[in-house]
Design a binder for this molecule. Structure first.
Ligand code: NAD
Length: 497
């Protein structure tokens, strides 16, 4: 077990939580306990919010260049600790070390560098004399203390997506990571302090949603709640935040369609579907979950996906050759298994997988890569988020059907269209209701471009310059330019004198 100094980081100090509740962070691929700590109490949350409120005055008045310089030092420190961060991220999430090394950690470091640059590009549109008698200008101001709540699937990336635009814009933050995966979030915040970001600007409270999460969302000194997690919890968070008219930013669940038109490159689509469905054991809000394939290509597509799935290597997460690790917990594995079982009982065909592996892997929360056909469009397995390594394939006949089916779930986070036709690609990108539509790929993200949902997948954008919209207030400043005591518009109210 790692020596643990606690999973709270408040006003620049790491310490245990003040509640009586204990929680162990385990490696779900092995069951090994990595750290055991007491969780945050509502008083810890209050202390963290107070620290962030005190830090706000000075931090919000730093220049963009000062913030950017500190963030660039932070990125360098994270880079120097990249291997330690990757190993920890891999163990707390049960994810293959090659994914943590090649995606999670470099993605976070690039994000820090992007937001360091973006801090210096935060400008108003041009000032001007719109009434003829006033100069109008725009100020973009930080909001105050941001309460950020993150899920367990990409613990550090999700924390970074919340924290970085907030602090780059001059806000201060209290982050609540998932109590299952706090270790790298605390390391991230500690590194910020070492890079010169003052105490109290970034605080971490590790606790349950019901205690620490609720205390954060309902705290009167929080200006905005930035939440990434399930749609069900997002609804509760929005309802609580509505009490104080807090701004909310919600990145919620997904059920991404993967549309393979008749003119698609089948090999590219099949490879894209396997990678898009199995990345992070399918625990990805944008994972390819529903492949709709033109009937003339359907059989060949299913056969090739099945063949490629057979080659995916499940194994220990610290083995660089492992392709797929475990799920986050036995509970999550059993939830996925139960959904697959219900689909099977409902008449769907499980073409590959659909089982908990035996042998040494049974020590961890592993589930086989699973391919399902013959499910009804209105069934649970097609409509609800699975968050596991499960791809459902269904045929379609016309382009209209494909678009209709793609849009036929409550979610709208991401989608992809596979085609050689520029017209089909344009139509899919116009008509699919999702925050991101990939053409001939599925999954890649970049710091410069926004990530966020439509429909029950939420609203607000992570990454990119667009996220500044969410973490700042726009203020209009209107200065009278004539200096005359009597203004023409006064006549609308009185004319004497
Ligand atoms: P979850 O909704 O159960 O929990 C998310 C976070 O909210 C956790 O930190 C949890 O402790 C906290 N929480 C729970 N109840 C709370 C409450 N009442 N008040 C305040 N906070 C509370 O989600 P999860 O299981 O950790 O993560 C998986 C979900 O996250 C999936 O639905 C996935 O699609 C979604 N997700 C979305 C995105 C996106 O960008 N849209 C990215 C990653 C994950």
């Amino acid at each position: 077990m790692m020596a643990s100094a606690g999973q709270q980081f408040i006003a620049g100090k790491r310490r245990p939580g003040g509640s009586a509740e204990q929680m162990s962070v385990t490696n779900p691929a092995t069951g090994e306990v990595l750290a055991t700590d007491t969780l945050a109490s509502p008083e810890d949350v209050h202390e963290a919010v107070t620290a962030a409120r005190h830090a706000f005055g000075d931090w919000s008045r730093t220049t963009p260049a000062e913030r950017a310089e500190a963030m660039l030092r932070w990125a360098d420190l994270l880079q120097a600790r990249g291997e330690e961060l990757a190993a920890t991220e891999s163990r707390i999430g049960g994810k293959p070390i090659k994914l943590a090394r090649g995606f999670d950690i470099p993605g976070v470091i690039d994000n820090v560098r992007f937001f360091a640059g973006a801090a210096r590009n935060l400008e108003g549109r041009s000032a001007g004399e719109y009434s003829g008698e006033h100069t109008s200008s725009i100020r973009r101001e930080p909001l105050g203390v941001i309460g950020s709540i993150a899920p367990w699937n990409y613990p550090l990336q999700m924390a970074a997506w919340k924290v970085l635009p907030a602090v780059a814009a001059g806000n201060t933050v209290v982050l609540k990571p998932s109590e299952l995966t706090p270790l790298t979030s605390v390391m991230f915040a500690e590194a910020a302090g070492e890079a010169g970001i003052p105490d109290g600007v970034i605080n971490v409270v590790t606790g349950t949603g019901a205690t620490a999460g609720h205390a954060l969302v309902s705290h009167p000194d929080i200006a905005m709640v930035s939440f990434t997690g399930s749609t069900a919890v997002g609804r509760q968070v929005a309802a609580t935040a509505a009490g104080d008219v807090k701004r909310v930013h919600l990145e919620l669940g997904g059920k991404a369609p993967f549309v393979v038109f008749e003119d698609a490159d089948l090999e590219a689509a099949a490879r894209g579907a396997v990678a898009g469905a199995l990345i992070n054991s399918g625990q990805d809000c944008t994972a390819a979950t529903r492949a709709y394939v033109h009937r003339t290509r359907y059989e060949a597509f299913v056969a090739r996906v099945a063949e490629l799935m057979d080659g995916v290597r499940l194994g220990p997460v610290d083995d660089p050759d492992t392709d797929m690790g475990s799920l986050i917990s036995f509970g999550q594995r059993d939830r996925v298994a139960a959904m697959v079982d219900r689909a099977r009982e409902g008449g769907a065909t499980v073409v590959r997988g659909g089982r908990i592996p035996g042998g040494p892997l049974s020590r961890g929360a592993y589930y086989e890569p699973t391919l399902i056909t013959g499910a009804a469009q209105d069934s649970e397995i097609v409509q609800q988020e699975i968050f596991g390594p499960v791809l459902v394939c269904l045929p379609f006949d016309t382009d209209d059907d494909a678009i209709r089916l793609a849009n036929d779930t409550p979610y709208g986070l991401a989608a992809s269209a596979w085609t050689g036709s520029v017209f089909r690609a344009q139509r899919a990108s116009r008509d699919i209701q999702a925050g991101c539509v990939w053409i001939n790929d599925h999954i890649p993200i970049i710091s410069e471009m926004p990530h966020g949902g439509y429909k029950a997948s939420g609203f607000g954008k992570d990454m990119s310059a667009y996220s500044f919209e969410d973490y700042t207030n726009v203020k209009h400043v209107m200065s009278e330019t004539t200096g005359a005591p009597r203004k023409s518009w006064h006549d609308l109210v009185f004319t004497s004198g």
